[in-house]
Each structure stands twice: as C-alpha cells, then as structure tokens.
Design a binder for this molecule. Structure first.
Ligand SMILES: [Zn+2]
Ligand SMILES: [Zn+2]
Ligand SMILES: [Zn+2]
Length: 430
C-alpha cells in the first residue's frame, strides 16, 4: 500500500484536480487553482525499489476494499450466559438440540447427567475437589450412566457442535414462538386451518422440522478488518483494525432484532445423505438420525455436504422470502449452524427493514414461501454455464455479501433440486 502523492504549486502552495469522468487514474489532471498551471498528469509514483512504477486501482469495488466482520449471537445479559453455563453449557445444549429442542428453554430440558459435566458444574460453583468427588460418588448409578454421551465425536467437531448448539440456546432463551404457539393462540378458524393443514404439509414437503420466530434476537455485528484484491480466503492478506499501541479493535453494534429459526428434519437429511451415497450408522428416528449425521460429519466430505445443504437452503429461503413476503433480501442475514442442521435468518439491524416483517411471514406467509421453494425448478438464467461451474452464481443463489455468512461459498442448487436434491428426497419421505 502506498498513498499517491501530488505535488503542490511551488508558488501558491495549492493543488486541484479535474476529474476525467473515467475510472483511469492516468487521466486525472492536477493543476493549480490560482495560476492554472498544470502540475501533474495521473498519479505518477515509483515503487520503493525504484525499479518499477506503481499502478493505482480506483476505489470503487470490492477488490479494493472488502470489509471483514462477524455476526454472532450475543447474550443480552450476562446472567443468561451464566445460566446456560451452569446448566451444563455446550454439552447440555448439544444434547438438547439433538433431541429436537423439546423443552422451551435449554435450562428446562432434562439435565445432561454425564459425571464430567456435573463435576465441572460443581467446580464452577466453588466446591472443593474432595466435596465434588464425594457428591459424584453419591449419585445413583442410573443417574450417572443414563445419558449416553454423544457418539465418538472428535474434539474439534464436538467443540463446533457444542458451540453451535449453545448459540441456539442463547438465541431462544428469552423469546421463542413456535408454530404450536401460533395455533394455540388463534381463535380464527381460517388461521387454524392454515396452521394445521397448509403449514404442516408445506414444512413436511420442504423437509423442515421446525420454523420458529425469535422476536428479540440478540445479535452482535462487528468489523475487525478488511482485505484487498482476491476475496477468496487464503488469497489475500487480512488487515485488522488496530489501536496505535497495537491492540486489536472491533467496531461493533449490539442489537435485538427479529429472526426465524429453521431446522431441517434430521430424518430427511439422513435419507438425502444416503441418496448421495454417504454411509451412515443405522438410525430409526429423528434423534438417532441427528446423531448419526453429526458423527458422520467427522468426515470432511459429509461435513461439507451438510454445510452446503444448510447454506443453500438458507439462501433459497431468503430469496423466496423476498418474493413471497415482500421482504427486501438485502435486509436479511443468515447464521448457519450445520452441525445442528439449522440456520437463523434475521433482519439486519442496518438498513431499512420494517420490524415485524418476519413475524408476518411466520404468521401468514410461511406456506407461500415454502411452496415457492418446493415448486420452483431451481434453474438459473445462466444455465448451462452456471450449472457447469458449481451451480451457484449471482443470478441464482448468491446473496449480497453483508447478508451471507460464508461469503457465497459452499452453495449449490444441485443439493436442493435435481435427482439428488434435498427437496426431491423430502417429497417422497413417508
Ligand atoms: Zn499556482
Ligand atoms: Zn446461477
Ligand atoms: Zn450465505
């Protein structure tokens, strides 16, 4: 990086620029605004090595400046985080997610009875190790062994799965509106029928286990730096924001917004993986399917396939939400949780999103959005070119970069539709 430098008029100490109306820096004309004398044409600059001249790229596209940031679910209050940690943290959250988020809050779910997590819990509460030992020894055997720990997950995958499960626990801690809640709340016959018939069939055909509204979704968006040039991870250098003393700086915004939580049906994902020739351990129900998928994700191939599925589904959903519920798609963002077969779609705190849009979607438009997803033939105007190069492009599946958590990677229309597509598998599920 080198800042261009333009000399000033030696007499008047001034300089001005005439813009050529093109994007070429060599056509910039610098002159003195007082005497009109020409000073310089273009941004002539020599490299520090004195051997070559520098080329300047005009600051107008993502190749020059691409902000890099994160979005994460942020507990609005410290005690919520504490409650979740004390209740067993990531381990219990994972157990809760695997068994289908049955109870309303993580802390109401049946406790993870793994002696290790109980040990940690007691230690965190300040008991000394002798007392902890005695208390664990005193636990009835059926209580210490009742919970089969999640099958052979490697430490990295386990940490990932627990972190993602904990994000769900945090996000749903304060507010959570399920389709059952909608049904119970309404007295309107038409709406009852909508929820009991249309919604049920649309979610089933879309291979969705649950759609829920979180009306106070706690999200932190923060920028930590930027890159220039090729935006593919690994091909450019990340420039972080720093204080003058070298400390890292994050520019962030905390907000509470609306979000939808969507979890794919583990049994459909299981069948889809099988259809795509991945081998999985036997499973009979949702719970065991979810476990089988998670443990199979220790293989990179399966992990990538599941990530691509959840991510492509999220993008396809957001695009349909824009078409059928009138929500501007650039005002929606996603958080992808592949190990939980889930994603959040939330209203970006930036922009001009009308609060309540996702609530309306859930209350009265969900079947349209999902039916759009199911009926669509998922083609792209740029096929066959698009199809031959990954089946995802700006025309069909990409979202604006601020909306996408994974920089528009790990996407393909083929995981949704076509012979091996998720929606085709969902359509024939019993
Ligand atoms: Zn002058
Ligand atoms: Zn395309
Ligand atoms: Zn994305």
């Amino acid at each position: 990086m080198k800042s261009p430098w333009v000399k000033k008029c030696p007499i008047h100490g001034q300089r001005a620029v005439k813009f050529p109306g093109t994007a070429s820096t060599s056509e910039l004309t610098f002159y003195c605004p007082v005497c009109q004398a020409g000073l310089q044409q273009g941004l002539a600059a020599v490299c520090d090595c004195n051997k070559g001249s520098l080329k300047f790229t005009v600051h107008r596209s993502g190749t020059v400046f691409k902000p890099r940031g994160i979005s994460m679910i942020n507990p609005p209050r410290r005690d919520i985080l504490q409650n979740i940690e004390l209740a067993g943290g990531g381990e219990r959250a994972l157990e809760w997610v695997l068994s289908g988020l049955e109870s309303r809050q993580l802390t109401e779910s049946s406790a993870a009875r793994n002696p290790e997590s109980i040990r940690k819990l007691l230690e965190d509460r300040g008991f000394d190790s002798a007392t902890v030992q005695a208390m664990i020894a005193a636990m009835p055997a059926d209580q210490t062994n009742q919970q089969s720990p999640v099958v052979n997950l490697g430490p990295l995958l386990k940490a990932d799965a627990e972190r993602q499960a904990k994000q769900i626990a945090l996000a749903t801690y304060e507010s959570r509106i399920t389709l059952d809640d909608l049904l119970k709340k309404t007295t309107n016959i038409e709406l009852k029928k909508l929820y009991q018939v249309d919604y049920v069939s649309a979610t089933k055909l879309a291979g969705i286990e649950r759609v829920e509204l979180i009306d106070r979704f706690p999200v932190l968006t923060a920028q930590f730096g930027f890159t220039r040039g090729d935006s593919t991870p690994g091909n450019s250098r990340l420039r972080t924001y720093r204080e003058t003393n070298g400390d890292y700086t994050l520019y962030g915004e905390l907000s509470q917004t609306e979000a939808l939580f969507i979890r794919l049906d583990p049994q459909v994902v299981y069948a889809w993986l099988q259809r795509n020739a991945f081998s999985l351990t036997a499973a009979q129900d949702r719970r065991s399917s979810a476990e089988a998928i998670l443990s199979a994700m220790s293989s990179d191939d399966v992990a990538q396939a599941v990530t691509r599925l959840v991510h492509s589904f999220s993008h396809a959903f957001i695009k349909r939400a824009a078409v059928y519920a009138g929500i501007e798609k650039s005002s929606l963002s996603e958080i992808i949780l592949p190990t939980a077969l889930s994603f959040f779609v939330y209203a970006a705190p930036r922009g001009d999103f009308v609060l309540g849009g996702l609530q309306v979607l859930l209350e009265s438009e969900l079947h349209h959005v999902l039916q759009g997803l199911i009926d669509d033939d998922h083609r792209c105007a740029l096929d066959p070119g698009c199809e031959d190069t990954g089946a995802a492009c700006a025309v069909c599946l990409h979202l604006g970069e601020p909306s996408c958590q994974l920089f528009n990677t790990a996407l393909s229309r083929k995981v949704l539709a076509g012979a091996l597509g998720y929606l085709d598998v969902a359509a024939v599920q019993p």
